[in-house]
Design a binder for this molecule. Structure first.
Ligand SMILES: [Fe+2]
Length: 491
């Protein structure tokens, strides 16, 4: 792997290299010591890097229709004295165990996977399969595999064994949605918190906003809990926080459930962006902030569809929200094979900022970078505060849609960029920024798992956060499909 190559070339990848990552993970490993291929592991990195993503994508010759329908597998990489120990476990959800026993898919997937037998077999089967594949979070003494449409699954922090579906000791109702996008408050009210939500949607949508302690003996204790109801259908995957606000974008989308009911499409394939319609910013006051107990505010948002936010912060009467905008809701159509998609036919993710005036409701939209990106992050100590630096997964080329092959550092104030690239045969995943104790904003390390198409295996990459200089490459003993989200737990 080399620093930035093929910049500006029209084609930086071979689709077969990209799609070759989509395989069933064949086994579960325990504390397997990773081979350092290049460089060295910084001794200051002490903790565990947890990742979640689809680990099983095919049963009895049938592939999922979309990788997001794959069963969750947790990987953990424990950093000890310059070495890294790797373990992985499939999340043993009830539905996963049933399908393993049956040797075939018994449930439909939200993103279009159908049971064999066509529409007749699938029509009116509205059971949800908890695939626990989206993120992994340490909450109190629990390790949770998250999937936003239902309760999380609780796992053993060390062994990753599945304990079972968790209602968080009675906080959640049975099957209550619990987001896969917690936000880590670095201490806006004196101590660290985890802020998260669940959304129940229909003609009206109710957001339950929960804040948990994330520090000391109280870690995992629910500190505040509020529910607010809004008009309209909501698809809320992520949100952002500032000291006083939690900020959602209610995308302008239509949901036509008929093809889902009739067994022809998955539920998410029935979503589409409403033409020429604006979404809404839903601003919910945080319970410890200065607007606590006030009603939420709703402000018109720019056109576009947003899955993920980078960060948000406050500047007097303005809120600034940085998000990745798509022109439309991207979904894989019923007759398409996800491994053969033409990236040019899918909208690209563009990082933009919205300056929202709380009093005039005026919104100023600004593009931060025209290069397609996903999985953007700031230094976790700057969550909710004005950050200068951001890190993200980006395409190799400056324009157009393509797989993510570079890690990019973007200075949000000057626009200055630097890159680490594994093109043409490597593909990156979500970068995680681990700050150093120096508290200089961009000092620390960036961790990411890449798919090495040439070697047909996954690698753990460590980069210097300040300049994206390569620090270390460690070979994983398994081929892991392109994943979703993860987290870092200090030793
Ligand atoms: Fe996400």
């Amino acid at each position: 792997m080399t620093q930035s190559i093929l910049k500006g070339s029209s084609k930086s990848f071979d689709r077969k290299d990209w799609s070759s990552a989509y395989q069933n993970v064949p086994e579960e490993l325990t504390n397997s010591k990773l081979k350092i291929i290049k460089g060295s592991v910084p001794s200051t990195l002490k903790g565990t890097f947890y990742r979640n993503g689809p680990g099983q994508l095919e049963r009895n010759g049938q592939w999922v229709h979309h990788p997001f329908d794959g069963d969750g597998m947790i990987s953990s990489m424990k950093f000890v004295n310059g070495e890294v120990l790797f373990s992985n476990r499939f999340v043993q959800t009830k539905e996963f165990k049933e399908e393993v026993n049956a040797g075939k898919f018994l449930y439909r997937g939200v993103f279009g996977t159908q049971k064999k037998g066509g529409a007749i077999t699938n029509a009116f089967d509205l059971r949800l399969k908890n695939i626990a594949n989206t993120n992994v979070l340490k909450l109190g003494n629990k390790l949770l595999a998250l999937w936003e449409a239902s309760n999380p699954y609780s796992l053993d922090l060390k062994t990753l064994e599945t304990h079972g579906e968790s209602n968080l000791d009675g906080i959640l109702k049975n099957k209550e949605p619990f987001s896969a996008h917690p936000r880590f408050d670095p201490g806006h009210f004196g101590s660290k918190r985890i802020v998260t939500f669940g959304v129940k949607t229909g003609p009206k949508s109710t957001i339950r906003l929960m804040e948990f302690s994330n520090e000391g003996d109280n870690s995992g204790v629910l500190l505040s809990d509020r529910k607010d109801t809004f008009n309209g259908f909501s698809f809320l995957h992520d949100f952002a926080i500032t000291p006083n606000w939690s900020i959602f974008i209610q995308n302008a989308i239509d949901f036509n459930p008929l093809p889902y009911l009739m067994g022809r499409k998955g539920a998410a394939q029935c979503l589409s962006s409403k033409n020429n319609s604006k979404g809404k910013f839903l601003l919910i006051p945080r319970e410890s902030g200065k607007y606590a107990k006030e009603s939420p505010r709703e402000i018109d948002a720019p056109e576009g569809f947003v899955f993920h936010h980078l960060n948000a912060w406050e500047d007097k009467e303005e809120l600034i929200l940085e998000s990745i905008f798509y022109n439309d809701f991207p979904s894989i159509k019923p007759n398409e094979n996800f491994k053969e998609i033409d990236f040019n036919n899918y909208p690209e993710g563009i990082l933009k900022s919205c300056k929202i005036n709380l009093y005039s409701s005026k919104v100023e939209l600004k593009t931060l970078s025209n290069q397609c990106c996903e999985f953007a992050t700031v230094n976790p100590l700057y969550q909710g505060l004005p950050a200068t630096h951001s890190w993200m997964a980006s395409t190799e080329n400056k324009t157009g849609n393509a797989p993510l092959q570079s890690i990019k550092k973007l200075n949000l104030k000057t626009g200055e960029e630097c890159f680490w690239s594994c093109a043409p045969r490597g593909f990156v995943s979500e970068p995680l920024m681990i700050p150093e104790e120096s508290l200089v904003e961009d000092q620390g390390w960036v961790l990411t798992i890449i798919w090495n198409g040439k070697k047909q295996l996954s690698e753990l990459i460590i980069l210097n956060a300040e300049n994206l200089k390569h620090q270390a490459t460690l070979e994983l003993p398994l081929a892991i499909p392109h994943g979703l989200h993860g987290s870092w737990v200090e030793e």
